[in-house]
Design a protein around this ligand. Structure first.
Ligand code: 3HC
Length: 312
C-alpha cells in the first residue's frame, strides 16, 4: 500500500486516540522521535541517580538513608524500563549507551547541577520530580503504547519521590533558622533549572509541533511549565520559602502565576555541555560502565552456562 495511504491511516489511528504498538506501521520520523525521547529519558533517569547518590552515605538519619536508597534504586529501574521501551523500536541499548558515552545523546539539563547540601535532596524530590510528574502524567496518555505504559508505572513511583522531597523541605523549613536557610538556599539554586528542564519555550521548540500532531506530547513545554509553576508556588508559600523570582505574581484574571524572564542562554549552555557538572556526570557514567563490565560479563557467562545446561 502507498506510503501516503499508510500515513493517512496512521494519522486516523492517532486522531482516534488509539495506541501505536511496536509491530504497527509507523512513519520513520515517528520511530526516530520516540527513540530520541525514550533514550534521552532513560539516560536522564540513570544520570539523575548521581546527584542524589552523592548523599546516600551522608543522609542525616537511617530513615532518610533508606528512603533515598529506595528512590535512587527506583530511578535505575526507570532507566532500564525506558531502555527496554526504546528497544521495542528496533534499536539496541548498547547503541543508545554508546550515543550517551560519546556525548552524542542528550540527557536532562537538570542533572548537570551540583547537590551541595542535604536540602538539595529535598529540592530535587520536590521540584525535579514534581516537574517530571507534570510531564510524565501527560506522556502516559501518549500514542506510543510501550512508552505510555512505562509512564503509568513510573509515575506511581515519582509521586513517592516527590512527597519524600517535599517532606524533607517541610522538616527543614520547620527546623532551626540554619535549617530553614539551607532549604531556602536549595530552592534558590534549583528553582530556575527545574522550570527550564521542561524544555525551551514553545517558540524555540522544533519538535513540539510534530509530537503534538502525533499525540506523543499532549501539551506543549510552556503549558506543562505553567501547570508546574501554578502548583508549586502555593507549596513554597506553605513552606514559608520564597522562589527566587521577584517578578513572580498571581494574575487574578487568568488564574495563573506570571514568572520573570527565563535565562535561556544558561539552558542552552547546559544542554550544549557547558553546565556546572556536565563533564563530571558523563565521566561518572563512562567509568561506571567500564568498571561494571566484569559484572555484565559474569552475568552473561552464567546465563549462557545455564542455557547450555538446559539445552543439553
Ligand atoms: N535537557 C536537555 N535537552 C533538552 C531539554 C532538557 N531539559 N529540553 C529540551 N531539550 C532538547 C531536546 O532534546 C531537543 O534536542 P534534540 O532534538 O537534539 O533532542 C531540543 O532541546 C529542543 O527541545 P524540544 O522542546 O523541541 O524537544 P522535545 O519536544 O523533545 O521536548 C522534553 C523536550 C520536554 C524534555 C521532551 O523531550 C520530553 O518530555 N522527554 C521525556 C521526559 C524526559 O526526558 N524527562 C527528563 C527528565 S527525567 C526525570 O525527570 C527523572 C525523574 O526521576 C526526576
Amino acid at each position: 500500500m502507498e506510503d501516503s495511504i499508510l500515513l493517512e491511516k496512521f494519522q486516523e489511528k492517532i486522531d482516534k486516540g488509539l495506541k501505536i504498538e511496536p509491530k504497527d506501521w509507523m512513519p520513520e520520523a515517528y520511530r526516530k522521535q520516540l527513540i530520541r525521547m525514550m533514550s534521552q529519558h532513560a539516560h536522564s533517569e540513570i544520570v539523575g541517580m548521581l546527584p542524589e547518590g552523592n548523599w546516600i552515605t551522608r543522609a542525616p538519619s537511617l530513615r532518610r538513608k533508606a528512603v533515598l536508597l529506595a528512590k535512587v534504586q527506583d530511578e535505575a529501574g526507570h532507566g532500564l524500563y525506558l531502555y527496554s521501551a526504546a528497544e521495542t523500536l528496533g534499536i539496541d541499548r548498547t547503541e543508545l549507551l554508546d550515543q550517551l558515552f560519546t556525548g552524542k545523546a542528550k540527557y536532562s539539563s537538570i542533572f548537570n547541577y551540583p547537590s551541595l547540601t542535604w536540602a538539595d535532596i529535598g529540592a530535587i524530590g520536590w521540584l525535579v520530580d514534581g516537574a517530571a510528574i507534570m510531564n510524565q502524567t501527560m506522556l502516559a496518555r501518549g500514542s506510543y503504547g510501550p512508552y505510555s505504559r512505562a509512564m503509568v508505572r513510573i509515575c506511581k513511583e515519582e509521586s513517592f519521590h516527590n512527597r519524600q522531597g517535599y517532606e524533607i523541605m517541610l522538616t527543614l523549613s520547620n527546623g532551626s533558622p540554619a535549617q530553614k536557610a539551607m532549604a531556602q538556599d536549595a530552592l534558590n539554586r534549583w528553582w530556575w533549572p527545574a522550570i527550564m528542564m521542561l524544555g525551551p519555550s514553545d517558540a524555540a521548540s522544533p519538535n513540539t509541533e510534530q509530537l503534538m500532531r502525533w499525540k506523543v506530547k499532549l501539551e506543549t513545554n510552556d503549558e506543562i511549565r505553567q501547570r508546574f509553576i501554578d502548583r508549586t508556588i502555593p507549596q513554597a508559600d506553605f513552606l514559608g520559602l520564597t522562589v527566587p523570582d521577584n517578578d513572580m505574581k498571581f494574575n487574578e484574571t487568568t488564574g495563573h502565576y506570571e514568572h520573570g524572564t527565563i535565562n535561556w542562554k544558561e539552558f542552552f549552555d547546559v544542554v550544549a555541555g557547558n553546565g556546572p557538572c556536565n563533564k563530571k556526570r558523563l565521566k561518572a557514567r563512562v567509568d561506571a560502565d567500564k568498571n561494571g563490565a566484569w559484572v555484565r560479563a559474569a552475568a552473561h557467562a552464567y546465563a549462557n552456562k545455564k542455557a547450555a545446561a538446559k539445552a543439553a
